[in-house]
Write a protein that binds this ligand. Structure first.
Ligand SMILES: C[S@@+](CC[C@H](N)C(=O)[O-])C[C@H]1O[C@@H](n2cnc3c(N)ncnc32)[C@H](O)[C@@H]1O
Length: 277
């Protein structure tokens, strides 16, 4: 199957999102016959660019997965609910605090939870998703001139491309165990931190440590032996060169807009690991 290019961009902002790298990633996706699989979908920038007919998207983040399923299954109601959200600091903190109140989130139906998720993403600082050790969302209110919270056209376009997608919430291991010959897998895990202060991508309260990086690398070496095509992104770190020795490693460049230090906004390299370049 030839990979078709599409101009659709994600409906969410996401730390580590691949929008600025799509021109490097897209041409490296090989032809494949089976499913397109993303075990760490985040905002799924690569998926929306490829728009594959048979696909499986996954992430460990329950609220994110609920949001994607709602865009796929109940987009009209979602747009309607979003229209009652206001871009206002007090309202933001009220909506944010729901996960700190007993039953606050579980009392919402899945459409309201998805609307809350999109609202926090569009109105919170830099579109970050960050939770503390108790799983409470703790991103402060963001200052925007006129944020587009509803994004009707974008949500409808994303809905039409998600219609056929299988979307799950699992540990990446559960997905990778089910990959078959002919599938193509794009993997964009939380990166190995370059320094202690650069590790702000706390997408999940369990975090993503050395053991997860090792387990992931073992899967990719296994896929290589089985001739299963994949592309994986990770940080430009010497440990990554060691972990993926024997595979193809290419350095590519992106502009990062989410970073705590201003010099972090300069071009920084990152790695693409593959067996099919
Ligand atoms: C770098 S982001 C992916 C960004 C995505 N490619 C995009 O374009 O927006 C990494 C994702 O991995 C997810 N994640 C973290 N630990 C995971 C795990 N153990 N299993 C599955 N997903 C996980 C996070 O929730 C996060 O959304």
């Amino acid at each position: 199957m030839k990979v078709q290019k599409n101009s659709l961009t994600p409906f969410l902002k996401w730390a580590g999102g691949k929008r600025q790298l799509i021109h490097e990633i897209f041409p490296r996706i090989p032809e494949y016959e089976g499913r397109y699989i993303e075990p760490f979908m985040g905002a799924a920038a690569v998926f929306f660019r490829v728009c594959p007919p048979k696909c499986w998207l996954n992430d460990i983040n329950q609220e994110l997965v609920n949001c994607f399923c709602t865009v796929r299954d109940e987009v009209e109601q979602l747009i309607e609910r979003l229209s009652s959200y206001q871009y206002d600091k007090d309202f933001y903190y009220q909506i944010r605090s729901l996960d700190r109140q007993e039953g606050g989130l579980s009392n919402l139906d899945k459409i309201d939870r998805a609307a809350r998720f999109i609202y926090l993403n569009r109105s919170g600082f830099n579109g970050l998703y960050r939770v503390n050790s108790k799983g409470h969302f703790n991103v402060p209110f963001g200052r925007y001139k006129n944020p587009n919270i509803i994004m009707k056209e974008k949500l409808l376009a994303c809905h039409s491309h998600l219609k056929r997608a299988r979307i799950t919430q699992m540990h990446f291991r559960e997905v990778l165990l089910k990959v078959e010959k002919g599938d193509f897998v794009y993997l964009d895990p939380p990166y190995l931190p370059l320094s202690k202060s650069s590790n702000f991508t706390n997408y999940d309260k369990q975090g993503f440590g050395e053991n997860e990086q090792l387990e992931l690398a073992e899967f990719l070496h296994y896929f290589n032996r089985k001739n299963i095509s994949f592309l994986a992104s990770n940080a430009d770190h010497r440990n990554i060169y060691e972990l993926y020795e024997g595979l193809q490693i290419t350095k590519i460049y992106a502009k990062r807009s989410i970073n705590s230090k201003s010099d972090g906004r300069a071009q920084i390299g990152e790695l693409l690991i593959s067996n099919s370049l």
